[in-house]
Design a protein around this ligand. Structure first.
Ligand SMILES: NC(=O)c1ccc[n+]([C@@H]2O[C@H](COP(=O)([O-])OP(=O)(O)OC[C@H]3O[C@@H](n4cnc5c(N)ncnc54)[C@H](O)[C@@H]3O)[C@@H](O)[C@H]2O)c1
Ligand SMILES: O=C(O)[C@H](O)COP(=O)(O)O
Length: 584
């Protein structure tokens, strides 16, 4: 499925590009008017079928192992660039291209190596290939699990060195052992399926995956703590997000079963590498198998994990099969060719949403829609069987006449982008929601009058398992409501509680008994932790009843400070909303 950029009403390429350069404000445009064969620079190995497809309509230039300076020199005469994770497409690259580069294709899922903000400012579309290497990544996870359990790399090295050391390489059986899969998405569920075939008991930790999906695969969904405590093998398959960064910390390793094993084919940053070194040194974790590292390529010499006898490493080979590389090559080349022809594919990562003039009018509603989705999903607690039902209510003077496609896409963006590898745009939002198994319901309420787009909007998720029990409404769903007031988006209701909370930045939420002293005590706890407060609002159900306090915070309080806040007499619960989108 592709969409003609023109159908989104984009003004001419030259005008938009000039505007984007002048204002340095986000604006993506792909010119449909490339009359010569476009030049595509392929900077990393790309599957043959993809290269052939590319050559059928473009002039292909292959140059691998380029330094940043060499890449900068080459992009000045290229219309498109195709990379994998090994090439850093920095701001300097876009600046050197001076707007000539119309599209960057990433032959794989992760786009951490592309400066998306700079791409957008320079009017360059970024596309990826999000599905074709899933099976390869899962197979690599299983290969590492088996190789680690049976000491295959160490035994092979010994034989090559002329030693027939049979006693030195006695392994551990995997049949009958428990595997914890963290992240039960595309890769994680394929790993679970294969591990069951190997006779392992599989539990999955994924706060957002549905019980139906887990049951269909015969996998038990458990909390993070239960997964840590139960498993003999831990296999990581979550995306790297602010919520998963360093989630495998000293505290997490200490809660694992002594003598367990860890496999990481996800992203280096989900493990605190120094904490893993400590866990291995103390034999809390006896072996690790790592495909990904915090920094890639890592400094191999002196690296605390590489070269240890209890750690096996591969150089980010999860997607490295002939079949997967053919698949991602075809997927990305299709999207690049579409983009050069002025078509927007569902694989667009920094897609334009609507024309800038319309965007200006809709901006606060877009921020509100993303913010409501983010806030609702940010309140989901693990171990509750996830959610599939997402209900959106629009209150508008236009009633049923309101075209909700954009707002719906933005809610889906808010819900999915913090928890998956998906990059949501107007073209792919409904598809991504369906693929994820989400059931979307939209309700229109006609209210108010005048030109306003919306007088209110709410998002409800079909789960009562929340990190903040007050966020659950009377129907047993996580509920957030908001509106645009004087051009700015606000959260106005959480669960059954009225709040007044700008959609911007991170927020600490507390529920407490309505009694003197609590505001001061929470403020003191934050001050001790050097957490600056940007605003504070308190609302209560009734005098001497319960109150909800929302505190804007410039940085995240430590776990110890959150513990202290929980222990303040009168405080019933507390949680943090991380980085609501805010106007840009
Ligand atoms: N090594 C490689 O070559 C390679 C190849 C492909 C993918 N990957 C990586 O594998 C990972 C999974 O990719 P995918 O395509 O399956 O992504 P996905 O988006 O389909 O699945 C990710 C899952 O993680 C879950 N999740 C989010 N936060 C979580 C948390 N705190 N705890 C537990 N689960 C959480 C989500 O609900 C989702 O189901 C990503 O990190 C991706 O970058 C690596
Ligand atoms: O993000 C991805 O698709 C994987 O991590 C694979 O990356 P690669 O294409 O550089 O092998």
């Amino acid at each position: 499925m592709s969409m003609k950029l023109g159908s989104l009403g984009c003004p001419s390429a030259a005008r938009r590009l000039a505007g984007a350069r002048a204002s340095r404000r986000p604006c993506v445009q792909v010119s449909a008017a490339v009359y010569r064969r476009p030049i595509v620079l392929v900077a990393e190995p790309l599957g043959e079928a993809g290269m052939d497809l590319l050559a059928s309509s473009c002039e292909v230039q292959s140059a691998q192992g380029l330094s940043e300076a060499e890449l900068c020199a080459r992009v000045a005469s290229a219309d498109a660039l195709i990379v994998r994770s090994g090439t850093k497409v920095t701001r300097a690259v876009f600046e050197a291209s001076q707007g000539r580069l119309k599209v960057v294709g990433r032959a794989g899922v992760g786009v951490e190596n592309v400066d998306l903000a700079a791409a957008t400012e320079w009017g360059c579309l970024v596309v990826n290939a999000p599905t074709a290497n899933t099976v390869a990544a899962a197979e690599h996870g299983i290969a590492l699990l088996c190789a680690m359990a049976r000491n295959i790399p160490q035994a092979d090295a010994a034989v090559r060195a002329g030693r027939w050391d049979r006693q030195d390489h006695v392994g551990t059986s995997i049949a009958g052992k428990t595997l914890a899969v963290y992240g039960f998405g595309k890769v994680g569920s394929e790993v679970a399926r294969r591990a069951k075939g190997l006779g392992m008991a599989v539990v999955a930790c994924d706060p957002y995956a549905s019980q139906e999906k887990a049951q269909a695969q015969g996998v038990e969904l458990v909390t993070f703590d239960d997964a840590l405590a139960k498993a003999d093998f831990h296999s990581l398959h979550m995306p790297l997000t602010p919520g998963t960064k360093n989630i495998f910390s000293d505290a997490a390793f200490s809660r694992m079963k002594r003598g367990c094993r860890v496999i990481n084919v996800a992203r280096g940053g989900v493990i605190d590498e120094a904490a893993l070194v400590r866990a291995l040194d103390s034999r809390q974790v006896v072996q690790a198998a790592l495909d990904v590292f915090l920094e890639e390529p890592p400094h191999i010499e002196g690296h605390p994990l590489i070269g240890r006898p209890d750690v096996i490493c591969t150089p980010h080979l999860g997607a490295a099969t002939t079949e997967a590389q053919e698949g991602v090559a075809l997927e990305v080349v299709g999207a690049v060719i579409d983009a050069l022809a002025g078509l927007l594919s569902p694989n667009a990562v920094n897609a334009p949403l609507v024309p800038r003039e319309i965007l200006a009018e809709l901006q606060p509603y877009i921020v509100l829609a993303v913010g409501l989705g983010k806030a609702a999903v940010g309140l989901v607690k693990d171990g509750g069987g996830g959610f599939t039902d997402v209900s959106i209510t629009y209150t508008s003077p236009r009633g049923d006449d309101l075209d909700t496609r954009l707002l719906r896409a933005m809610v889906i963006k808010g819900v999915l982008e913090d928890i998956t590898v998906a990059k949501v745009n107007l073209v792919n939002a409904d598809l991504l929601a369906r693929t994820r198994g989400l059931k979307l319901t939209e309700v229109h309420v006609r209210a108010g009058e005048g030109p306003e787009v919306l007088t209110g909007m709410s998002v409800a998720l079909g789960t009562s398992h929340s990190t903040f029990s007050a966020a659950v409404d009377r129907t047993g769903r996580i509920y957030v409501e908001g509106k645009v007031f004087r051009g700015s988006p606000f959260l106005t209701k959480i669960g059954n509680f009225d709040v007044d909370l700008a959609v911007a930045g991170s927020v600490l939420l507390t529920r407490q008994r309505d009694q003197p002293g609590i505001v001061g005590s929470v403020g003191m706890a934050l001050a001790k932790d050097m957490v600056n407060i940007s605003f504070m609002t308190v609302s209560r159900t009734a005098k001497d009843g319960e109150a909800i306090m929302a505190i804007g915070i410039d940085s995240e309080p430590s776990a110890a400070t959150m513990g202290e806040i929980h222990r303040i007499p009168g405080v019933i619960e507390a949680t943090i909303f991380k980085e609501l989108p805010g106007p840009s």
